[in-house]
Design a protein. Structure first.
Lengths: 110, 116
């Protein structure tokens, strides 16, 4: 079973920040939080990952709470092309098998 | 990043037949993974394939139904055997690979299988 829980769906206005929450209350000390997304009819795409510090790259920011039991993926300026299903996953490394939950279906609205 | 291709991209098959899906990577990787995504569902891991050893199957998946080959570090095949309409899904391979300062997984584009 997936170790994370996410809202089923969310809407975001184009140009605004999209904040996608994820709960992972049973995360262990050596597990990372990974985020992937799947645009319709494509394979999943890696977005970002982190252990306990906040992380930022050209795609998104990842905010992890101090107790590591939850995190938030932030897309700072959502575009229509960000409409996708977003998966939050915990795993020791990418060598660890990745178990996908149902994810959050994000719709970016014009 | 790793570039992954899959063949075929889609196929329509008759029940009772078998289909072999190929996954080719542009660099050598240790671990390859095969996933199934049924219509409207999330991805489900079928098995992990390491070069030179038997694939490790997840609960609910067996080698007789989904035999996997891993002849070298850049290639793998998944066969869907004795197909039924319930096997209609997207099948994806993924590999671990370097990226963004730490290893991540990269996914192929998927093979869309329809069984009639």
């Amino acid at each position: 079973d997936a170790k994370t829980t996410q809202p089923t769906s969310m809407d975001c206005a184009e140009g605004r920040a999209a904040n996608l929450p994820c709960n992972h209350s049973t995360i262990s000390g050596n597990e990372y939080v990974y985020w992937y997304r799947q645009i319709h009819s494509q394979g999943p795409q890696y977005i970002i990952h982190g252990l306990k510090n906040n992380e930022t790259n050209e795609m998104a920011s990842l905010i992890i709470t101090e107790d590591r039991k939850s995190s938030t993926l932030i897309l700072p300026h959502a575009t229509l092309r960000d409409t996708a299903v977003y998966y939050c996953i915990v795993a020791k490394t990418s060598y660890d098998k990745v178990i996908f939950g149902p994810g959050t279906s994000l719709s970016v609205i014009p | 990043s790793a570039v992954i291709s899959q063949k075929p991209s889609r196929d329509i098959c008759q029940r009772g037949t078998s289909l072999t899906i190929q996954c080719q990577v542009d660099s050598q990787v240790t671990m390859m993974f095969w996933y199934r995504q049924q219509p409207g569902q999330s991805l489900t891991l079928i098995a992990t394939a390491n070069q030179g050893s038997e694939a490790t199957y997840e609960s609910g998946f067996v080698i007789d139904k989904f035999p996997i080959s891993r002849p070298n570090l850049t290639f793998s095949t998944l066969t869907v055997s004795n197909m039924s309409p319930e096997d209609s899904s997207i099948y994806l391979c993924s590999v671990e690979g370097p990226g963004y300062g730490a290893d991540t997984q990269y996914f192929g584009p998927g093979t869309r299988l329809t069984v009639l």
